[in-house]
Write a protein that binds this ligand. Structure first.
Ligand code: MSP
Length: 535
């Protein structure tokens, strides 16, 4: 293997580092689930993955929240962080690093990075005047605010007037370099709608932004000027870098950047696009470091068209949702029902309907009835069959042969909803096929070989669907694989590609049925409609 191919097999990705102003809500779960699906897909195809998540713990918002609770900020953060880790465990999130911006070693990284930017002449003192949204931790232009003086994302929190001396970062110096970056690397910001948003913003001319705060204790001090603390976003973005350090490694930039940098993908919500697509690359340019591969800005989960969030109080408790419906159900719904770059409304009735239709009826039922027939008509195995015996025009084989490629494309471009739809096409065709072929009638007529061929085609389709869905519904896929006679758990990430090589399992026709099929067990119980809909 050449150095180049070894290199291309590495994939580092991040979620945002979540604010710890409260326990995680469904919006935080949304970003993390998508990132986990990408990480799992990359592992499934054999890449070496580093998946980073974590928490953003400094700044005014957190300091105030702690004060309101009568806690020291650090104690408050420690309490909340546990609930993030708990939720990720419940949702089967396989992250490798959990980066906390209050970690001692993070301070060393921030200090060194700040020093590089300082030495490059990109930091100066000046007066900052403007409207500040504490919830966004961002200055807003007057014209960006609603009539009531709040920012549109937090329509019940007044923006606050600030007039103070701050350190500024010379963002304007990087205008041309940033424009050249977007021009030469069109995929740097995805999807295209977000890229256009950024191009429009940058075209209006970039302004320097302040990277320090006074009268705020909860943050790292500015080196050589401890009256100022470092602006929470300058600190937080560097949390991605600190996360790259090995657990016991000395916290230097060189160490942090030696193995996994540049990060391939920063997955974020569209509200924090400017920070990632403009500020972050400019900061890295100033420190003379390579840039990340891609910034992907997904849409919002909305309720009645409004972003779900803590400050509006219109969010759903993700813990309750998982307890009620299970991790796979929540994961599947978000990936299948919401186009990754767009907003999507969450509605519990729709949630239940989709899961019942796709997972309980289409997928679960197909496996169950087909395995049942295999037990009944073939004593639980189909030893004589191979896919090559099935004619090229076999309706399931026709779909199955091109499915792997289509679904790979969907995962690679983060079009998960399209990938799910493709897979469902095969499943639905499987149900139709078995109804039309009526193997129970053929069995009565003594046409055993035909019965076996039909059952093989259907079971192989269920296997392929389960394999391709494994990054999204790892528990259901494991159950399906186990009933088909494989001893595989898709949650065991380490050697997945050795145990079930992607090149083999992503193709149609690979079920070796002489390994003995299990007795059917329902994989996904039909869900009851949510209680408010019950009469
Ligand atoms: N702390 C910053 C990120 C710093 S990264 C160096 C932050 N944190 S956050 O907790 O407010 O938001 C984190 C992510 O959750 C963002 O990507 C945001 O878009 C996402 N979501 C928060 N509410 C959301 C929805 N209602 N729907 C989808 N995602 C949303 O910003």
């Amino acid at each position: 293997m050449t150095a180049e191919t070894t290199k291309s097999r590495k994939f580092a990705l991040t979620t945002p580092l979540y604010y710890v102003n409260g326990v995680p809500h469904i919006g935080s779960a949304y970003t993390t689930i998508i990132a986990d699906v990408i990480g799992r897909y990359k592992r499934l195809i054999g890449e070496n993955v580093l998946f980073i998540t974590g928490t953003d713990e400094h700044g005014q918002k957190i300091q105030r929240t702690a004060e309101e609770k009568g806690l020291l900020p650090q104690d408050h953060c420690d309490q909340i962080v546990g609930s993030f880790q708990q939720l990720w465990q419940k949702l089967d999130i396989q992250y490798d690093r959990f980066s906390r911006t209050t970690a001692v070693r993070h301070q060393a990284i921030v200090k060194e990075f700040f020093g590089r930017v300082w030495d490059n002449g990109d930091i100066y003192l000046a007066q900052q005047q403007g409207w500040y949204c504490v919830q966004c931790e961002e200055f807003k232009e007057k014209r960006e605010l609603l009539e009531n003086g709040c920012c549109p994302l937090h329509p019940n929190k007044l923006a606050e007037w600030r007039d103070e001396e701050n350190y500024f970062f010379k963002l304007s110096k990087y205008q041309t370099q940033l424009e050249a970056l977007y021009e030469s690397n069109p995929q740097f910001i995805e999807p295209v709608s977000r890229r256009n948003e950024i191009l429009n913003f940058v075209n209006q001319g970039l302004q320097d932004f302040s990277i320090s705060r006074v009268n705020l204790e909860w943050g790292f001090p500015i080196p050589n000027d401890p009256n100022h603390t470092i602006y929470v976003w300058f600190d937080a973005l560097l949390g991605y870098v600190t996360a790259l350090l090995e657990p016991e490694e000395e916290p230097t930039l060189d160490n942090a950047l030696s193995k996994w940098w540049p990060i391939n993908l920063h997955l974020i919500g569209k509200d924090i696009l400017r920070f990632h697509a403009i500020y972050w690359p400019a900061m890295l340019m100033s420190a003379n470091l390579p840039l990340p591969g891609q910034i992907f800005g997904h849409g919002f989960l909305t309720k009645d068209g409004q972003k779900m969030g803590k400050s509006l109080g219109n969010t759903l408790d993700p813990f309750e949702l998982v307890d009620k419906y299970g991790a796979d159900a929540v994961r599947y719904y978000f990936l299948k029902e919401i186009e990754c770059g767009k907003d999507g409304d969450f509605n519990e009735t729709r949630f239940v309907n989709i899961l019942n239709a796709d997972l309980a009826n289409d997928l679960g039922n197909l496996l169950n009835r087909t395995l049942g027939m295999t037990q009944k008509y073939c004593q639980g195995s189909l030893p004589g069959i191979t896919a090559t015996e099935l004619p090229q025009e076999h309706p399931l084989k026709t779909i199955g042969l091109s499915l792997g490629e289509k679904v790979i494309q969907a995962y690679e471009t983060l079009k998960f909803n399209e990938g799910c739809e493709e897979i469902l096409t095969l499943i639905q065709a499987g149900n139709k096929f078995i109804d039309e072929q009526a193997p129970w009638r053929l069995f009565k007529e003594g046409k055993q070989a035909e019965v076996e061929k039909i059952l093989y085609g259907v079971l192989e389709s269920v296997r392929l669907a389960a394999y391709l869905l494994a990054p999204i519904i790892p528990n259901l896929s494991s159950k399906i694989y186990q009933q088909l006679g494989f001893s595989v758990d898709f949650n065991e990430s380490d050697r997945l590609n050795e145990v079930i090589p992607f090149a083999h399992h992503s193709q149609w026709g690979k079920l070796a049925v002489n390994q003995g099929l299990a007795k059917p067990q329902p994989i996904f119980a039909k869900l009851d409609p949510p209680s408010e809909d019950n009469p």
